[in-house]
Design a protein around this ligand. Structure first.
Ligand SMILES: NC(=O)c1ccc[n+]([C@@H]2O[C@H](COP(=O)([O-])OP(=O)(O)OC[C@H]3O[C@@H](n4cnc5c(N)ncnc54)[C@H](OP(=O)(O)O)[C@@H]3O)[C@@H](O)[C@H]2O)c1
Length: 338
């Protein structure tokens, strides 16, 4: 006798376009099955990152070449996760059923498997750590992609240390709110660029100077910076790089907020070309592993960084969560409670 595989609730994507049109709550999705080195997680929270929202919209169109031409080949979005271990594969020795964990399936072979906007997901054990008790599931999940990106940008790419002058364009978003705090924890003098609505938030995170982009174009400033993290790419890379000190490093970190066909790719390409010349241009490559996750845990547990969450949406309203991120103006992160 065969038994049907257990099912779960999941948000599935049926095409590209407006989130409320293309995302549906499905109650009959098969639960994923962990491989030998994987962990099956009962998801308690996840969060929306720009790859999720861009893939739902299907914009820039160029992303469809990889994700799927008419609809995404893999219908469940989401990579950040926090939840409870339900079961582990044979090769997993450091986690067991009942452990509270957080991490991400980003970059793993599991990236092409069902995502985290669901009741259950499967993540390699190498991309999970135990969740600190003092963090909510939402805070933990919403810290992963943006927290690790910020940590790697500031610590490993920018080599930020005491007195480093850092400018962060897009200081009020998911990456920016983390990057401001991490740069401060490393001893930097931080300038954040955001809208007037978020000036107080960015200041409260420790920024020494905050520029409201509506009233001041930071590329016209006379100040110079050792590290520029650009999460928006709304200015020509050359204009931004002009603000670097002689040894300064420019970190373009955005696929852009406009351009339906290619998004910010032309600007990313121009920045990369500048890097072949005299300007130091470096990109952040997200690496989800125990070492980086544990460094993030230390920042979160010590209070040097906290996850700023504008709002947590219920799973049933994942479309609302995605819509908010597509607007590019959430203050900090948008979480999803499962
Ligand atoms: N390298 C990696 O592995 C990696 C990982 C994660 C993310 N990223 C990239 O990082 C970028 C930022 O991600 P995020 O999660 O921080 O995005 P986000 O939360 O949507 O933040 C957007 C930021 O852009 C600002 N902004 C929006 N419109 C603007 C405008 N017209 N002019 C100037 N600033 C504007 C917002 O400020 P206000 O709201 O104050 O207007 C906010 O600070 C994305 O492009 C993403 O692709 C890269």
């Amino acid at each position: 006798m065969t038994t049907d595989p257990p099912t779960m609730k999941a948000i599935v994507q049926r095409g590209y376009g407006a989130p409320e049109r293309v995302l549906q709550l499905d109650q009959t999705t098969a639960r994923p099955v962990p491989g030998d080195n994987d962990v099956l997680i009962r998801v308690r929270a996840t969060s929306v990152n720009t790859p999720d929202s861009a893939t739902v919209a299907g914009v820039p169109y160029v992303l469809r070449a990889q994700a799927g031409l008419r609809r995404p080949k893999q219908p469940i979005r989401g990579s950040d996760v926090a939840g409870m271990v339900e079961a582990v594969g044979q090769g997993v020795t450091d986690l067991q059923a009942g452990d509270e964990v957080f991490g991400s399936l980003w970059g793993s072979a599991n990236s092409s498997k069902p995502g985290t906007f669901a009741q259950y997901t499967v993540v390699p054990a190498s991309q999970l750590v135990k969740k600190p008790a003092g963090l909510s599931f939402e805070e933990a999940a919403a810290s992963v992609m943006t927290g690790l990106t910020s940590l790697l940008a500031m610590r490993d790419v920018g080599h930020v240390g005491p007195g480093t002058r850092v400018l962060i364009n897009g200081a009020s978003g998911g990456v920016g709110t983390m990057a401001v705090q991490i740069a401060k924890s490393l001893g930097a003098e931080v300038t954040g660029v955001c809208s007037a609505r978020n000036v107080e938030l960015v200041r409260s995170l420790g920024a020494d100077h905050v520029i409201d982009y509506a009233t001041q174009d930071f590329t016209k400033n006379e100040s110079r910076y050792d590290v520029i993290l650009d999460n928006v790419l709304n200015h020509p890379p050359k204009a931004v790089a002009r603000l670097l000190t002689p040894q300064g490093v420019f970190i373009p970190n955005s696929l852009g907020i406009s351009g339906k066909l290619l998004g910010g790719l032309p600007r990313v390409a121009r920045a990369a070309l500048m890097g072949k010349g005299s300007t130091d241009v470096k990109f952040v490559t997200l690496a989800v592993n125990h070492e980086n996750l544990n460094a993030l845990v230390r920042l979160l547990e010590s209070g040097e960084a906290k996850t700023i969450i504008e709002r947590a949406y219920p799973l049933d309203d994942a479309a609302g969560a995605i819509t908010r991120v597509l607007g590019h103006h959430a203050s900090g992160k948008i979480a999803i409670t499962v």
